[in-house]
Design a protein around this ligand. Sequence first.
Ligand code: NAG
Length: 281
Amino acid sequence: MRTVGLIVSILVSFVLVASAANFYHEFDVTWGDGRGKILNNGQLLTLTMDKFSGSGFQSKNEYLFGKIDMQLKLVPGNSAGTVTAYYLRSQGSSWDEIDFEFLGNLSGQPYIVHTNVFSQGKGDREQQFYLWFDPTKDFHTYSVLWNPQRIILSVDGIPIREFKNLESTGVPFPKNQPMRIYSSLWNADDWATRGGLIKTDWSKAPFTASYRNFKADACVWSSGKSSCSSSSRSRYTWLTQELDITSQQRLKWVQKNYMIYNYCRDTKRYPQGLPKECTAQ
Ligand SMILES: *[C@@H]1O[C@H](CO)[C@@H](O)[C@H](O)[C@H]1NC(C)=O
């Protein structure tokens, strides 16, 4: 074990651990009165929603940077109106937040993956995607890489979005507020189905989303100190990781073929000019 000062001048102690995460150890089901369940000795977590309530869970730990992987299997069948939110968020009124939100759809129609990044309470950075597979058939890995230089959202190892640290241009970047992981399954048929076009079909309830294989190579924040861990294979590479050429090509492939909304291209929304981070990249 050694202790070093990280770029953000916090003390970080590095410990090598093989992260075999157990939902009982890492998460609390915080909402839904029994509709959220940890199963199979902590290897599986399910959230359900019915007419009366959705459900949700949150991480016991707060993290300040990390590479956080979770496998999700989304609500199958007619899931229109359901939203499975999976996100990191800090406390307070000028919070930081990194969002994945999965907007359900009619049977056979594609989910929308809605993403956003908030820094110091300001979001409005939506990007939306379709997926290149059916996210309800199997588990797929959704990852947040968050280090002092960038945030990268990936699906099955394929980057779909990068938010760079452009503080030098005056755009705040999440880097000093620890965040917890949250997830919830809730009803949003008033907006998630293209402005309420389609209503949730409650005859299909309960709706279920499942989670497994949580893995965090991350810095856990506790009493003003951050302890970082890494599976032996990755050796903290995530702390400085950036997109290599292959990953950049994959990101372009996703953006070209699967991106359906990008605030950075919404000139109607920003008649006075696009947000700074859109033009600085
Ligand atoms: C649902 O499917 C329709 C038709 O393919 C599509 O236009 C829409 O973007 C999909 N997603 C949502 C959340 O409505």
